[in-house]
Structure formats: structure tokens, C-alpha cells
Design a protein around this ligand. Structure first.
Ligand code: NAD
Ligand code: DAU
Length: 337
């Protein structure tokens, strides 16, 4: 048995990754270290919680004692744990600096101490900043433009520094916007799908013409596993869906799929410092042999159907989670008045 540490495994991408590992690597044990913040949900992995090859450690990646316990006996580690929502980072960035930078440091120190064989740092395309034309490749200068992106760039470069300085076998991935099941309903697609299902307004920022490149979470998880097993130490790999769309197009398609009227769209005050367009050149990973499989239109239809069929997953968050309601009021209250 090989043991792997996955941090942030109760979140959106982490839970999809843990489920995939348990299914596709029958001789691996998975330790999931998760703080269970507002975004970490036990229900995301309820179906595999009883698997004898799976163990949850509830704790903070910033806590060296907890990290030592969780990483014990692990040959590999993948760090998904992070504060991830740009809008929340604009309301206060303290937790972002803690988890996305200091937490990475604690993990890297322990990885160095135990002599880990592979450490994958999950970074993001946001570290490059916005690009009007063309696409960023891995050699481009980093230009993060919001506190979330800046904290992720810090973690990204710290991971590289542990390779360059101490030889910790680090690989870094930078993926584009993910979509799919179990995404916390604060992000564009799950927020708009669940609002539309209840005939509530869809608060579209600015002119709605910002562009994101959408990557199905299953494709992202396959890419992370591919890089874990085939990447080279010290290298960065962009992971892109190849599906650049304006937000207004995504919004209209979500409404069309649900049979809801476009009058639900509410143009609202823009996100401050809103990056106009993200775009990645992912040919490096392509040359290594990975390609996305999910066709965007089909993936979006499946995703919207998943939220329609899984109200029992999102309704308690939106209706009964005081934290979500407080955040929604702070973020959208004045915008929607
Ligand atoms: P998420 O917000 O859904 O989940 C984050 C998880 O990390 C939660 O389970 C949370 O409890 C856990 N966590 C937070 N702080 C922690 C701490 N201090 N210690 C331990 N656990 C902690 O996030 P996601 O969307 O699944 O993103 C996962 C990773 O992928 C992040 O590193 C993010 O930056 C990166 N990423 C996300 C996207 C995207 O579109 N969602 C795209 C590119 C990269
Ligand atoms: O690009 C990768 C990044 O994608 C990840 O690193 C982040 O963790 C992830 O949250 C995501 O960041 P974005 O800011 O791109 O995602 P979000 O879903 O918040 O917003 C997508 C676009 O939709 C963005 O242009 C802002 C817009 N938007 C979003 C929300 C929540 C709206 O117009 N209205 C909204 O209410």
C-alpha cells in the first residue's frame, strides 16, 4: 500500500480527487487533512467515509503538530487546502495569507523533514493575472492582481523555492476555472444555478463580459493525478479546459438549461479589480500526454442537472448555514437593493 496525503479533501476539487483516487488506485491509502472551514463539507465524501483505505484528520495545515500526524507514513502529498474565493479575499485577506502561504510553508517543512517522494502544490491560473490577447505559458511573469491570487502566488513560489533550495520534489499545477458537482454555492456556476432554481436574481458583475476558461473538475483531477505520477520535479504545469466563455454566455446557458427566464439576470456593481480575462497555454501538459475529455456543453448540462437533483446538498447551506447567509448579505445585500 502507498499512502498519500490530500489536504482540503472535503472541499470541491479535493473531494472529487479523493473519490477518484479511491476508485482508481486500489493499492493506495488516502489521508485527508481538512480544517472543515465553511467550504469543507463532510457530506462531500459521505459515500466513501467508511472505506478502510480512507482516513480524515480534522485540522489546520498551519499547525505543525497536526501536519506531522497527518503526513506520517505518506509517500506523496497533494495540497488542495486553501481559502479560495476571490470575493471573500476582497472583504478581508488574513485567512488567505495564513492558509495559502503560511500553511504551505508548514506542509513543505514537514515534507522536507520526512523526505516525501512527491509534493504537488495546487496553484491557479490567477497567479498570472489578466491577459487581453493570447495565453500565458508557464514561463510568463506572475502578476497576481487580487489578494487571493497574491496569496496563491506566494504559496506557488514558496513550493518552488523548497525544490530549488532543499530539493523537496515539488510539482506545481496552475488550473483554470473548475466546474462540476460539490462546488460551494458561492462560485459563479453553482450560485447562479441554485438561485435560478429558486427564481432568485443572478447578480452578474459589471458588463458580464469577463472571460474565464472552464475546466470540468473530473478533467482537473485526472490532470493532477497524471502530474503526480508523470511530472518532473521543480516544474510548473498549466491545466486548461480550453473553453473560454464570457460570464453572460454562461449565465444565459444556465438559465436555458433550467428553463428559466433571462429577466432573472441582475447586472450589479462590478467586483473591484475584476480581472478581465484568464487564458492558459497548456501545451506543455499536452505534450506529456494529458488532454481534457469533457465537452463543455455536455459537462455544463450535467453539472446544472446535478444541482437540480441535489437540493438536499445545497439547500441546508443556503438556508440554514448562518455563515453563508451573513456572507451573502455582505456581498450582495447593497448590490441587489
Ligand atoms: P474549496 O474552497 O471548495 O475547498 C477548500 C478546502 O480546503 C475546504 O475543504 C476547506 O475546509 C479546506 N481548508 C481551508 N483552509 C484550510 C486549512 N487551513 N487547513 C486545512 N484545510 C483547509 O476549494 P476548491 O475550489 O476545491 O479549490 C481547491 C484548490 O484548487 C485550491 O488550492 C484552489 O486555490 C485551487 N484551484 C481552484 C480552482 C477552482 O476553479 N475552484 C481553479 C484552480 C485552482
Ligand atoms: O481561475 C481559477 C480560479 O477560479 C480559482 O483559483 C478560484 O479559486 C476560483 O474561485 C475561481 O475564481 P473566479 O473569481 O474566476 O471564480 P468565480 O466563480 O468567483 O467568478 C467567475 C466569474 O464570474 C468572475 O468573472 C466573476 C463573475 N461573477 C462571480 C460571482 C460569484 C459574477 O458575475 N457574479 C457573481 O456573483
Amino acid at each position: 500500500m502507498a499512502r498519500i496525503l490530500v489536504t482540503g479533501g472535503c472541499g470541491f476539487i479535493g473531494s472529487n480527487f479523493v473519490r477518484m483516487l479511491l476508485a482508481e488506485r486500489p493499492d493506495w491509502e488516502v489521508v485527508n487533512l481538512d480544517k472543515l472551514t465553511y467550504a469543507g463539507r463532510l457530506e462531500n465524501l459521505a459515500d466513501v467515509a467508511g472505506d478502510p483505505r480512507y482516513r480524515l484528520v480534522k485540522g489546520d495545515i498551519c499547525d505543525p503538530g497536526v501536519v506531522r500526524e497527518a503526513m506520517a507514513g505518506c509517500r506523496m502529498a497533494v495540497n488542495f487546502a486553501a481559502e479560495t474565493h476571490v470575493d471573500r479575499s476582497l472583504l478581508g485577506a488574513g485567512h488567505f495569507i495564513d492558509t495559502d502561504m503560511k500553511g504551505v510553508l508548514v506542509l513543505l517543512e514537514e515534507a522536507r523533514r520526512v523526505g516525501i517522494e512527491r509534493f504537488v502544490q495546487i496553484s491557479t491560473d490567477e497567479v498570472y493575472g489578466s491577459i487581453a490577447e493570447g495565453s500565458f505559458d508557464e514561463g510568463c511573469v506572475l502578476n497576481p492582481r487580487n489578494p487571493y491570487a497574491a496569496s496563491k502566488a506566494g504559496g506557488d513560489r514558496l513550493a518552488f523555492a523548497y525544490w530549488a533550495t532543499y530539493g523537496v520534489p515539488v510539482v506545481i499545477t496552475r488550473a483554470s476555472n473548475n466546474y462540476g458537482p460539490y462546488q460551494y454555492p458561492e462560485k459563479l456556476i453553482p450560485l447562479f444555478a441554485t438561485n435560478a432554481l429558486r427564481d432568485e436574481s443572478l447578480p452578474l458583475y459589471g458588463d458580464g463580459r469577463n472571460v474565464r476558461d472552464w475546466l470540468h473538475v473530473s478533467d482537473h483531477c485526472r490532470a493532477v493525478l497524471f502530474v503526480l505520477e508523470n511530472g518532473s520535479n521543480g516544474e510548473v504545469y498549466n491545466i486548461a479546459g480550453g473553453n473560454e466563455r464570457e460570464n453572460i454566455a454562461i449565465t444565459r446557458e444556465v438559465l436555458r438549461l433550467l428553463g428559466k427566464p433571462e429577466k432573472l439576470i441582475r447586472p450589479v456593481d462590478d467586483r473591484v479589480g475584476h480581472d478581465r480575462r484568464y487564458s492558459l497555454d497548456a501545451s506543455k501538459l499536452g505534450r506529456l500526454g494529458w488532454a481534457p475529455r469533457v465537452v463543455f456543453e455536455a459537462g455544463l448540462a450535467d453539472t446544472v442537472r446535478w444541482y437540480a437533483e441535489n437540493e438536499a446538498w445545497w439547500r441546508p447551506i443556503k438556508d440554514h448555514d448562518g455563515e453563508f447567509r451573513r456572507y451573502y448579505e455582505e456581498q450582495y445585500g447593497a448590490r441587489l437593493k
